[in-house]
Design a protein around this ligand. Sequence first.
Ligand code: C2E
Ligand code: CA
Ligand code: CA
Ligand code: CA
Length: 281
Amino acid sequence: AKDSGRNQAVYFSKVLDTEIKQKVRLEHKLKHALSENELSVYLQPQYNATAKKFFWAEALIRWIDKEDGFIPPDKFIGLAEETGLIHEIGLFVLREVCAFISKNEAYLTDLGIEGVAVNLSARQFFAKGFLDEIKQVLVEFSVRPEQLEFELTESMVMENTQHAIEIMHQLRDLGIRLSIDDFGTGYSSLAYLKRFPIHSVKIDRSFIRDIPDDQHDVEIASAIIAMAQKLGLEIIAEGVETQLQSDFLHEQGCSFMQGYFYAKPMPFQNVLELSHSESEQ
Ligand code: C2E
Ligand code: CA
Ligand code: CA
Ligand code: CA
């Protein structure tokens, strides 16, 4: 028994060893990707089912590596947060988005796309120079704050609620819209939600997936929509993949939707083309 215990310890230390090596390798690659400009930003258009047109878009980071191919954000955002690389990545995403808005402002307005939502990580959000950095980027690209939205997660704002609310107010005072991402998966209470100066909540994809078959999810999604309406918040559903899901959500009073059914994440240029063909119909 003693021996097998030792063998297990050896086994685990080996597993740990490979995990650490993989992490170090990935971190190294990520740094390289940043400096070599191998990261890019895609946009996923968001649809207004009442007005029957796209109206916003979410920015999503993309990393296509020469050896490993497409590396999904879920595989490296956590690591970027741990290592602090997220500051650089976050700034890169914001600058790319602002450059795009600025360059295509008239065109986007024409198409009805009002702005772009950017995901924030906790480390960026709580960083000291964050607000000044945002202001600088807005000025540099002459982007109006109203054209930007920041998506925050529940866990992020519940980490240090009082401080989070202060920062949220500063961003809101600047004119930037705020939304709570992955809503329903965290643990923010209704009492808190009321205190957050937010514009909208995004119903998490996990509640949308099995609609309308799963009665449980149907109830949860309806309840979130009703609650958002009572609080005067906008509501957007993510991960909408089917007509049935879309119809159900629309009936419940949720007009704003994001998902493969309407559009997949795509390079900037494709957004302009897609929206263009849409508006010609
Ligand atoms: P998220 O913010 O919840 O983003 C939505 C995710 O759902 C995206 O995955 C998107 O591609 C995917 N998605 C959209 N519509 C559908 C659909 O109809 N069906 C399915 N199955 N998936 C759909 P992605 O791009 O892999 O991003 C994963 C996560 O990585 C994001 O989740 C976000 O938390 C994080 N992330 C992505 N870009 C950034 C970034 O620039 N900064 C930070 N901090 N996090 C980011
Ligand atoms: Ca998001
Ligand atoms: Ca989400
Ligand atoms: Ca998510």
